[in-house]
Every structure is written in structure tokens, then in C-alpha cells.
Design a protein around this ligand. Structure first.
Ligand SMILES: Cc1cc2nc3c(=O)[nH]c(=O)nc-3n(C[C@H](O)[C@H](O)[C@H](O)COP(=O)(O)O)c2cc1C
Length: 306
């Protein structure tokens, strides 16, 4: 007995996604740049490059270095600022039917509040809050490394927006599940993880760091086992949906993250290697379900046998 097309839909609160595949912030521009390679309407959602209140020029070059099975980046969150983003980028995105998630970053609690309030007036789908950037006002500690601060940022964006709120967690902590629990307590609709791991590369001839910023964020297949472990730990701790990110580049990777407890996943560095990666993974996931006679992708979520 054959089965029809498998059901790829997943839900994050009231938000229904056509499939669990999203693109990760900073690796897919503002979406439109990839329109020649990917049918954007097919994506579960596009997560755009991080946006701040004021424009940021980012770090000096070199800002990207290739490493074994991955890369280091120290872009420094370059972006045009929220107002220019809303006038220049949002209208292009409105042409597409997929979910539009806006990734926000701030140097202070007030900046996160301002961004959440401003985006609440627009028709974007959801807000992803990047709390891995330094909290300048409190002396350079990232917001995402202190459970109380994770709770405070979540609360402030929650109070100012009715949109689904996704808190994006930093892996540069001892207990990521505690950060996820703080986000849940603060009213987040979902958590996404992981952001990049802090890393370094050295040019031995020049005896200098390869990145002008000296250190940068490690991403790509090299970080996948760490991301998978963290997603699994977080999924056991919180009831809100978990969005898995980190080195996902094959259908097997996607299925692993779903089994570990992710409701959806994001494709990051893989887009830079193959710009068609996200769409190919949607087809690949559908084929996997068909071949294994699995009627719905939801059957995989949290399906790990331990
Ligand atoms: C070039 C580059 C830029 C990124 N910019 C952002 C960003 O603006 N905001 C953010 O939350 N994450 C940013 N990230 C992190 C990714 O969204 C993702 O969390 C990370 O790269 C791990 O996934 P991957 O291994 O699939 O790339 C960036 C990553 C890369 C490689």
C-alpha cells in the first residue's frame, strides 16, 4: 500500500510552517539575493541578517577564514539599521509566501525593546533575538551567557511584541539548557540554537591571527555534534519548540536534529557552499519520509530512542 505525499508541516505555537527548513541569519542575506538559486516560497522561513537600531559597519577585514570542516567569521553584525531595513529590505521580502523572521541584536536592553516594538508594527512573521552579542552597558558580557539577562531580554521583547519570539542561544556557556529555561520563563515561543562557537586561527608565517578581530565564530559541519548534543539537552528541559542550527548540510543531519527534539532547523554555512542547499534539503527530507513510509515529519520530532 503506497502513501501520498508526506506531511512536512510543523508548528511553532500558532505559527504553521510549510516545512521545518529555515535559513540561518547572516548566511542568506535578506533572502532576495538567493532568489536565482532557490524558490524562496518553498522555504519554511527565511531568517534575515541581524538588524540593530542604528547602522553598524562591522569589523575590518579579513572577516572570514576557512577552517577544517567549517569556517570562522567575525563580520561584526554589519547592517543598515532598522529604519533602512524596513524601507529597503522588507518590501522585497513581502513578495514571498514563506515566513519572514527578523533577527535582532542590541547593545542594551532598551535597544532590544525598541526593535521589538518597531517590528511589531510590521507584517513580518516572527522575531529571532540574537543574544550572543556583547552587552556593552554591563561591561562586555554577552546577554546570552547569564540566565537572568536571558530572562530580562526575553521579557522585554515579549512585552513589546505579539509576534512569535524565538530566543537564539549562544553555545559559549556551561549550561545551555539553563539559558533555554530562562527564555521559556521569560515568555519565548521558541528557542533556536546554536549560534557560532568562539574560535581562532593563526597564520604561522606572519605569527598573527588570521582574522583582524583575532577571534571569530566557528560554524559548519565541524560544530554539528556539539549543536546536536545541545539541542537534545535543551529539548529535554523546555516545553517550547526548539529550532536546531549548527553544521546541518545533509538530509541525515536534518533527521538527526529532528530526532534529538528539534521542531524545525536552520541551514547556515551550507548556503555558502551550495546556495541551493536549503531547497535541496526540503526535497531530500520529503524523499526520506517517502522511502521510509513515514506519513508526517512530526513523527520524527523527539523520536530518539535512548
Ligand atoms: C557569515 C555568518 C554571519 C552570521 N551572522 C549572524 C547574524 O547576523 N545573527 C545571528 O544570530 N547569527 C549569525 N550567524 C550564525 C548562524 O546563523 C548560525 O547560527 C551558525 O553559523 C551555525 O550554523 P551553521 O553551522 O549551519 O552555519 C552568522 C554565521 C555566519 C557564518
Amino acid at each position: 500500500m503506497g502513501i501520498g505525499r508526506p506531511d512536512l508541516t510543523v508548528a511553532i505555537g500558532d505559527w504553521q510552517l510549510a516545512n521545518p527548513i529555515m535559513t540561518a541569519s547572516g548566511t542568506f542575506g535578506y533572502g532576495a539575493e538567493f532568489a536565482d538559486f532557490v524558490n524562496l516560497n518553498r522555504l519554511g522561513a527565511i531568517v534575515v541578517k541581524g538588524v540593530s537600531v542604528k547602522p553598524r559597519i562591522g569589523n575590518p577585514p579579513p572577516r572570514i577564514v576557512e577552517t577544517a570542516c567549517g569556517m570562522l567569521n567575525a563580520i561584526g553584525l554589519e547592517n543598515p539599521g532598522i529604519e533602512k531595513f524596513l524601507t529597503d529590505k522588507i518590501p522585497q521580502l513581502k513578495k514571498y509566501t514563506c515566513g519572514i523572521v527578523v533577527n535582532i541584536l542590541g547593545d542594551s536592553l532598551e535597544e532590544y525593546c525598541t526593535l521589538a516594538e518597531r517590528l511589531n508594527e510590521t507584517d513580518i512573521t516572527a522575531i529571532e533575538v540574537n543574544i550572543s552579542c556583547p552587552n556593552v552597558k554591563k561591561g562586555g558580557v554577552a546577554f546570552g551567557t547569564d540566565a537572568k539577562m536571558v530572562y530580562d531580554v526575553t521579557r522585554c521583547v515579549r512585552e513589546r511584541s505579539d509576534k512569535p519570539i524565538i530566543m537564539k542561544l549562544s553555545p559559549n556557556v556551561t549550561d545551555i539548557a539553563a539559558m533555554a529555561a530562562a527564555a521559556e520563563e521569560g515568555g519565548a515561543n521558541a528557542v533556536s540554537l546554536i549560534n557560532t562557537l568562539l574560535g581562532m586561527a593563526i597564520d604561522i608565517r606572519a605569527r598573527r591571527p588570521k582574522l583582524a578581530n583575532k577571534v571569530g565564530g566557528l560554524s559548519g559541519p565541524a560544530i554539528k555534534p556539539i549543536a546536536l548534543r545541545m539541542v537534545w539537552q535543551v529539548a529535554q528541559r523546555v516545553k517550547i519548540p526548539v529550532i536546531g542550527i549548527g553544521g546541518i548540510s545533509t538530509v541525515e543531519d536534518v533527521v538527526e536534529f529532528l530526532l534529538a527534539g528539534a521542531t524545525a532547523i536552520q541551514i547556515g554555512t551550507a548556503n555558502l557552499v551550495n546556495p541551493k542547499a536549503a531547497e535541496e534539503l526540503i526535497d531530500g527530507l520529503e524523499n526520506y519520509l517517502l522511502e521510509n513510509k513515514i506519513a508526517s515529519v512530526k513523527e520524527l520530532i523527539n523520536g530518539l530512542i535512548t
